[in-house]
Design a protein around this ligand. Structure first.
Ligand SMILES: C[S@@+](CC[C@H](N)C(=O)[O-])C[C@H]1O[C@@H](n2cnc3c(N)ncnc32)[C@H](O)[C@@H]1O
Length: 319
């Protein structure tokens, strides 16, 4: 949804308002909630991919009359180079390194970590590793400390862990670092796919295996670190129009569709297609109605290879 998207019209069914990109919709949500102070705003984005979110958040906040100081922490030098190219002249500064290791000049009024927490290290453990028995027991904090000193210090409750289980040590650590970087009154938004009370499972929603996120654990970490925190559906946060249909693809299906488009002289970008967007991409070179095997589903349930309603946002504020 890096392009202005018909599902992001501000929650108005039928799309009565102008389509917005994901970044524009996220900035609007923060503005609407009063999470953006007037005047100068210090924004930190962690793990910025190709830089589209940064581009649109910066532009939207400037349109809203804010002076934006934007810092990006990015692990991958190659992605940092792509971000620099996309954001040239936007007044962004970079810290290239691991969010779990870098030192930053905070504080920040807004911190964004969009779909990157699942990339952070996690440990696969047995219940016995943390002093639990197969059907009960209480976590042994000293044993937990050998795996994650932060989880142990914060008193994170994991007695209900399945056998075996993944502990998202990196994401827990990042939440405490974010707590340290947030200015009083500041807001952090951490999005990923996962659920409040489901332990991480390996997923292939993306083109590489990745763990889903246990938001209940991150919620505990945020609160224990002194933040006010809650978890919301990303589609609600952004005011997703749930009445639309989205293209449901598998990786091989999309490759085939792309090859078909290529044979008609169309470079088919990987975006979340609605019938309207696919029609625009095809132009007069291909007819959507003539392409076989296109499966359309309720957009909140399926969009390309993703399940939009599985994406959640941990929203934290520093009192
Ligand atoms: C799945 S991409 C998401 C990109 C972007 N936020 C978006 O929503 O399009 C994950 C991003 O986080 C970065 N990343 C992963 N681990 C990181 C770490 N430990 N520190 C900083 N950045 C990290 C990756 O290099 C990549 O830019």
């Amino acid at each position: 949804m890096r392009v202005p998207h018909p599902a992001l019209t501000g929650g108005v069914a039928g799309g009565a308002e102008a389509p917005r990109s994901y970044g524009q919709a996220l900035a609007d949500a923060l503005l609407t909630r009063g999470a953006i102070p007037g005047g100068a705003v210090r924004v930190l984005e962690i793990g910025a991919g190709l830089g589209y979110l940064a581009r649109d958040v910066i532009a939207r906040l400037r349109e809203a009359g804010r002076e934006v100081r934007y810092t990006l922490v990015e692990l991958s030098p190659a992605l940092a180079a792509a971000q620099r190219a996309r954001l040239a002249g936007a007044g962004v500064s970079w810290v290239v390194g691991d969010v779990l290791a870098v030192a930053l000049d905070g504080p920040f009024d807004v911190i964004l970590a969009n779909e990157m927490a699942g990339d952070l290290p996690a440990r696969q453990l047995t219940r016995a590793d943390v002093g639990l028995t197969a059907d009960g027991g209480t976590t042994d904090r000293d044993r937990l400390r050998t795996v994650s000193p932060t989880a142990a210090d914060l008193g994170i409750a994991i007695d209900d862990a399945p056998e075996p289980f993944y502990l998202q040590t990196g994401a827990i650590e990042m939440v405490t670092r974010i707590a340290g970087w947030l200015a009083p009154g500041g807001t952090a938004v951490i999005t990923e796919f996962g659920a409040v009370n489901a332990w991480p499972r390996l997923s292939t929603q993306l083109d590489h295996p990745e763990l889903s996120t246990h938001f209940g654990i991150l919620l505990q970490a945020a609160r224990a670190a002194g933040l006010t925190a809650g978890v919301e559906f990303v589609i609600d946060l952004l005011g997703f129009d749930r009445t639309l249909q989205g293209l449901a693809t598998t990786r091989s299906h999309f490759r085939a569709l792309r090859a078909l488009a290529d044979s008609a002289g169309i470079d088919l970008a990987k975006i979340g297609y609605t019938p309207e967007l696919l029609g625009e991409a095809f132009g007069d070179k291909l007819d959507v109605a003539q392409v076989g095997e296109l499966r359309w589903e309720k957009i909140e349930d399926r969009l390309m290879g993703l399940v939009p309603h599985e994406f959640k946002a941990l929203i934290c504020t520093r009192p």
